[in-house]
Design a protein around this ligand. Structure first.
Ligand code: ADP
Ligand code: NA
Length: 329
């Protein structure tokens, strides 16, 4: 019986998009505000598994910190920190690497997908889910709030925990994905609803970022894929693109998709996209303003991350000491 602790990470690879917001960050701040023991990590080590513009990385880390703060993450109520400032992450990852078979990693769906896009894939990309498992185990986290895209990675963390516990000693809780409301867990690309909305999607029209100015939100909504039926109806199976738009609307206004369809039954999909744009602009305006304000004070952001990293490391060191003694180091 381990105390409940919540851990989640996010890569500093660009601004938060609506999938990150509804699939992860909104839930994080809700958990924090319920008084849960919560740790949030900006996973910069994970972000360099794919090509980065290194001259922008620091700025992107600060932008992610500002974005999380603007979305309600409160460093007084949670630990918000930067992964690379706590070296125990890579140390524990190495130990887990030694428990994990190559075969298991070869079959991780995200790896298979990313490999298909690249000519040569770096070993870091292969080991990505092992590092993620280390992030979780280091804090003995019991629950991981994340989108459904993370299910395979959490299953691997689960598997590695059991291997460690069986081989050495039962020092780690078995981490579980904290499931979200189904629609929030899977926000789709605006250009191709068979794909999730993703930071790494090169088509900027596929995603709306929480810092997009109103005119950009309007433009992206106008360009969003629909189908040849003009009525606005919610049918995720047969009309995935239109249904994804209604889902976003429903997430913004806390309504049921069906109720939205009733309200907009006089609109065609083209007109509906403009209404959705208005809803999104209004929902994210305060957050966008706050990010802009926070980004004016980089020292403050750096201090928030440093304070958080010190608190995170205090926990990480304890776990690492325990791991070392079990292994025989
Ligand atoms: P991305 O895949 O966009 O690079 P990350 O891998 O940094 O995003 O994931 C950050 C968090 O956002 C994770 O909890 C992930 O599950 C969630 N997330 C990412 N994309 C989506 C999406 N399209 N729908 C719901 N949640 C998502
Ligand atoms: Na991802």
């Amino acid at each position: 019986s381990f105390p409940q602790r919540i851990f989640s990470g996010i890569q500093p690879t660009g601004t938060l998009h609506l999938g990150n917001y509804f699939g992860a960050v909104q839930t994080w701040s809700a958990l924090q505000n319920k008084g849960e023991d919560v740790i949030f990590c900006i996973v910069d080590l994970h972000s360099i598994t794919i090509k980065q513009k290194h001259k922008d990385l620091k700025e992107n880390i600060q932008l992610m910190a500002a974005s999380l703060l603007a979305c309600g993450i409160d460093p007084q109520k949670s630990i918000l920190f930067q992964q690379s400032q706590v070296p125990e992450h890579t140390q524990l990852a190495w130990v887990l690497t030694c428990l994990c078979t190559v075969n298991r990693l070869n079959h991780m769906p995200t790896y298979v997908e990313k490999c298909a896009e690249l000519k040569q894939s770096p070993t870091g990309l292969f080991l990505y889910p092992v590092l993620q498992a280390a992030d979780i185990l280091l804090y003995k986290a019991t629950h991981i709030p994340a989108g459904l895209d993370q299910i395979h990675n959490i299953n691997l963390a689960n598997h590695l925990t059991q291997l460690f516990n069986n081989k050495f000693d039962k020092i780690f809780p078995i981490p579980q994905l904290l499931p979200q409301d189904e629609s929030a867990g899977k926000v789709k690309s605006l250009k191709d609803p068979s794909k999730k909305m993703s930071k790494s999607d090169l088509d900027s029209n596929s995603k709306i970022e929480i810092t997009d100015p109103p005119e950009v939100i309007v433009r992206k909504c106008k360009k969003a894929l629909t189908d040849c039926t003009s009525a606005v109806t919610y049918d995720p199976e047969n009309r995935p693109a239109v249904s994804n738009l209604i889902t976003l609307h429903a997430l913004c206004t806390n309504q049921l998709p069906q109720d939205i369809c009733t309200q907009v039954k006089h609109l065609n999909t083209g007109q509906y996209k403009l209404l959705l744009a208005d809803v999104l602009v209004e929902k994210f305006k305060p957050i966008r303003d706050e990010i802009e304000y926070l980004m004016k004070s980089k020292e403050h952001l750096e201090k928030v991350l440093l304070d958080g990293s010190i608190r995170a490391q205090a926990i990480a060191v304890e776990t690492w000491d325990e791991v070392k003694s079990k292994i025989g180091f």
